[in-house]
Every structure is written in C-alpha cells, then in structure tokens.
Design a protein around this ligand. Structure first.
Ligand code: 13P
Length: 256
C-alpha cells in the first residue's frame, strides 16, 4: 500500500518567528499518529530553524522548495543538494509550475535537478500539470506525457519509486478553483498508466502521486479518497497550522 503523503509548500512565506509560531500550534494539533506522512517545505531561510524544531519530532519531515543540480561552484543565488542534506532535508520540490512559468524552468532543467536529488539521497517531489488553455484545448494527456518523459528521463525503476509526483493543474493553484475529484483521479490514473508504460507496472504501482491546487480541509476527504490520489501538496491552506493539521486529520480518518 502507498502511504499517503501530505506536504505544506510555504512558497515565499513565513519568517523565522512565524515558522516557530506555526510549529507551536501545529505539533500539538497533529499528535503522534504516523499513518500519514507529513512534510513541511519552508523557504530556504527557515530550513535550519525548522530542522532544529523537528530534530526530535518523528511525525514531520523537512522539505526544500528547489535546488541546483551541480555540486558547488559559481552559481550565485543557488543552493545544492549537499547543503540541503546538511540540514537534514528529506524531500525537495522540483519543477513547481511557478518555477516553470516565472523562472523559465524547462523539463530538461527539472530532469537534471531530479537526477541530482536522487544521486544525493534526497527524494524529489516533481510537479507537473496543465494550464487552463491546455485543458480547454484537450491537451491534458499530451502535456502530462511530455512533462513525465522530459522531467523523469533516465530514472531507473528504483529511482522512480523514490520519487513523488505532484499533479498540480496550473488553473487550480491559488485560485480557489479545485479540480473535481473525478478530474484529478482521471489525471492521476493517466500518470500512473504512463509510468507503467515507460518503466513497469510494479514501479508505477508504488509511486505516490499527490494532488495540488486549492486543497483545503473541506475538500480533502473527497480528493484523498480517490484510488490514485496518494496525498496533497498544499499551498495557501498550509500556512495556517490548524487548517493544515485538519487536512492531515481528514486524510487519517479515511484510513481508520
Ligand atoms: P494552493 O494550495 O495555494 O492552491 O497552492 C498549491 C501549490 O502550488 C502547492 O505547491
């Protein structure tokens, strides 16, 4: 069985003080249950602080929002895998649509980062998803296939199993417009079918595919109960410690 994984992508939010205040409330609300894997992905500036807060906490893992593929060197403004490892980071979000559209990240770049993350024992959360124009133009499957082939090129089946895929339809991010459970399930099933074709059925059955895009406590149960939805990548609603804990609780309830 695939363990569900709920991650908080804080994006460019949360100072050190705000991060501390978040965990004071969140850890109490979260409790000790470990049925669902929980990941918090702060901005780089808060990684060390959050890592310290989580040092003895078994219920929450640390993630980063991006990284460069090279080991070190003249790359002003960038961060490498080794620097993240040093802070006990487990996961790294790669190819988020905001990185793709605002910062020009291509599938080729996302692929280099994914391979570098895996080579350094970081688990990539690779984001894919179509725009509204692509959905309206019946391009969803073509876009997802291209992103899967490009972003995940060269991964072994074992590496694929270590990778989490986040299906985030661009039109649902930060818009309050969530994909319906049926729309999300159809996309997830297609992604899994592609993985089975390109790697093998066994690896495809093990890969966790998260949904992202306006996830909140009230729509969590309907999305997370879909057979191919294995978790959520939560933006806006993850900034509120009670709301994010509620998203985890809603997911746990489905497994009870
Ligand atoms: P929202 O939950 O704010 O729509 O953001 C989704 C997202 O981009 C998570 O990576």
């Amino acid at each position: 069985m695939r363990k569900k994984i709920i991650a908080a992508n804080w994006k460019m939010n949360m100072t050190l003080g705000e991060s501390e205040a978040f965990f004071e409330t969140f850890l109490l609300e979260l409790g000790e249950d470990r049925k669902v894997e929980v990941v918090v992905v702060p901005p780089f500036t808060a990684l060390a602080k959050v890592g310290e807060i989580l040092r003895d906490v078994q219920t929450v893992k640390l993630g980063a929002q991006n990284m460069h593929w090279e080991k070190s060197g003249a790359f002003t403004g960038e961060i490498c895998a080794g620097m993240l490892r040093e802070l006990f980071v487990h996961y790294v979000v790669l190819g988020h649509s905001e990185r793709r559209t605002l910062f020009g990240e291509s599938d080729e770049i996302v692929n280099k980062k994914t391979l570098a993350a895996l080579a350094n024992s970081l688990r990539p959360i690779v984001c894919i998803g179509e725009t509204l124009a692509e959905r309206d133009g019946n391009q969803v499957e073509a876009v997802l296939e291209k992103q899967i082939r490009g972003s995940l090129a060269g991964l072994t089946a074992d590496q694929l199993e270590e990778t989490v895929i986040a299906y985030e339809p661009v039109w649902a991010i930060g818009t309050g417009r969530t994909a319906t459970p049926e729309q999300a399930q159809a996309a997830h099933a297609f992604i899994r079918k592609m993985l089975a074709q390109l790697w093998n059925a066994d690896a495809a059955a093990k890969v966790r595919i998260q949904y992202g895009g306006s996830v909140k406590p009230s729509n969590t149960a309907s999305l997370m109960s879909q057979p191919d939805i294995d978790g959520a990548l939560v933006g806006g609603a993850s900034l509120d410690p009670r709301g994010f804990a509620e998203i985890v609780q809603e997911t746990r309830k489905l497994l009870a």
